[in-house]
Design a protein around this ligand. Structure first.
Ligand code: MN
Length: 507
């Protein structure tokens, strides 16, 4: 019971109703998972508590935390959906079923499907909270991965790296992304992991000496300029992130300046530029290393000013300047907007939890966006000093833009993702049928289709497909398309082949 009390204590001002709900979920799973053990031999309950705790740390509310406790009840115990609905209502049932469904999507072992799998994940979750519960669930599974077989370790770690960590990045939840990446890295690239770990340690010790000295002088300079409202800390670069950078720099650690970086956190955007000005007037910056992510946020919403300076004693260090709000957002991303702490009455905002909301939020948190106009918390580009604009080396990350653009253009409303029997992901327009699927595999398969199975059951070939369906086509040598098929297909490719076949028949 003390575990759950601790989790509840992470909520800010929970009402009695909130506390009761979480305690009820806790008591429920204590009974339903009774005697159920993890591979490690510890009680299964520990996994549920760990998932709930991460959710609470991310600032999620009592409904999401309760669903986190219940997330394995349907899959791993005798509990039925009806039981959960009866005890906890439709909303929690919806979340638990969502997490259960996502659990059935498996990484297929080939990188060419990663992007589709990520989209399938987002599309199937329907509610951002489902996705966040799933990420927290995976985090604990990764923390305890040493207890499963070698083969399973590699599959799960690769899946985590390619799918889960990548989604955490796109949602801006750095706190989860960094840990998911580093835990997977250890299993997926064992040799590289050891090498990077060693390099990071050595470089960190070296940087620390320069940074400590620099910080003392910086505090003096800031005080001279009457800047007193700020705080600082160090951030250590994640090992996987360092690995990716090292690969771009021919493994030359001397070219990586941000293994350890100093964060200066102030209260206003104007102060960010003031601090930058003070630093640059005393220490010489490295050319081409000034990144103004305040004026030009990264595509996942990240904001901060980065600069790298010569410390004057032979060191080169990176400094990140941001406001408290940006700091919080960079760690908690999307959860800092939908989390419990935002609410005054303790209710989780349903209106802001749908996927259409992510679509709106992710790509356009920029104040100068023409569609939305200017937001209160955002920055007017005119406020950025010209000299900063001149210095800025702004590069657009084209790869990430594409993912977001796809989402933005209502991609997920228009497309579905289904599996072949060997697990390839096929992406089709919404309301596509088995006929469309067959032709998208190969025109010969479409032309000789005699029957089909969806999720293991025989179905009519005009059956409409849904996200995550597994489709199997049966063919016969003398089977052929009929005119009627045209009424049941969505894709141009299927239509074209069928019409063509019928015309040939006429001739
Ligand atoms: Mn689980």
């Amino acid at each position: 019971m003390s575990d759950i009390k601790q989790i509840i204590s992470l909520l800010s001002n929970p009402t009695e109703k909130d506390t009761k709900l979480i305690e009820k979920a806790y008591n429920f799973v204590t009974v339903s998972h009774d005697g159920h053990l993890r591979k490690s031999g510890e009680p299964y309950l520990n996994h549920l508590l760990a998932t709930a705790r991460t959710l609470a740390e991310l600032g999620m509310g009592p409904v999401t935390i309760s669903a986190g406790l219940l997330h394995d009840a349907i899959e791993d115990t005798d509990i039925k959906s009806e039981d959960i609905e009866k005890e906890f209502g439709k909303e929690i049932l919806f979340l638990v079923e969502g997490v259960t469904k996502l659990g059935h999507i498996k990484y297929q072992g080939s990188s060419r499907h990663n992007e589709s799998l990520r989209k399938l994940f987002v599309a199937m979750s329907q509610d951002i909270r489902v996705l966040i519960i799933k990420l927290c669930d995976r985090l604990h599974n990764m923390r305890t991965l040493e207890h499963v077989s070698k083969e399973k370790q590699l599959r799960i770690a690769t899946e985590t790296l390619e799918i889960y960590a990548s989604i955490a990045y796109r949602l801006g939840i750095k706190k989860l992304q960094r840990e998911l990446e580093d835990l997977s890295f250890k299993y997926v690239y064992q040799e590289d992991f050891k090498k990077v770990e060693e390099l990071s340690k050595t470089k960190r010790i070296e940087q620390e000496i320069h940074l400590d000295k620099f910080l003392k002088s910086l505090k003096k300079e800031l005080a001279k300029n009457e800047m007193t409202a700020f705080h600082t800390d160090y951030r250590v670069k994640g090992l996987y992130s360092l690995f990716k950078k090292l690969k771009r720099k021919e493994w030359n650690i001397e070219k990586v300046y941000d293994v350890l970086a100093l964060r200066v956190v102030v209260s206003t955007i104007a102060d960010c530029y003031k601090v930058l000005g003070i630093i640059h007037s005393v220490w010489r910056p490295l050319p081409g290393r000034i990144k103004d992510y305040i004026a030009f946020p990264k595509t996942n919403g990240y904001q901060s000013i980065h600069t790298t300076i010569f410390t004057g004693d032979g060191g080169i260090v990176e400094i990140q300047i941001k406001t408290d709000e940006m700091y919080k957002e960079s760690e908690y991303g999307i959860t800092s907007h939908i989390g419990y702490k935002q609410k005054q009455n303790g209710a989780e905002q349903k209106s802001s939890l749908s996927l259409s909301w992510i679509r709106k939020l992710l790509p356009i948190r920029k104040s100068w966006n023409e569609e939305t106009g200017q937001e209160k918390s955002s920055l007017n580009l005119d406020d950025v000093p010209g000299w900063v604009k001149d210095l800025v080396d702004y590069q657009k990350s084209a790869k990430d833009d594409k993912f977001l653009d796809d989402i933005k253009s209502d991609f997920l409303d228009e497309r579905i993702f289904v599996f072949t029997p060997i697990g390839d992901v096929i992406d089709l327009p919404k309301n596509s049928s088995v006929i469309d699927f067959a032709y998208s595999i190969h025109s010969d398969i479409g032309e000789h289709m005699s029957g089909a199975k969806v999720n293991g059951k025989f179905v009519a070939i005009n059956t409409v497909l849904h996200n995550g369906d597994r489709v199997e086509i049966e063919t016969k040598k003398n089977a052929k398309p009929t005119h009627k098929w045209l009424e049941h297909c969505k894709t141009t490719i299927a239509r074209r082949h069928i019409s063509h076949f019928i015309e040939n028949l006429k001739k």
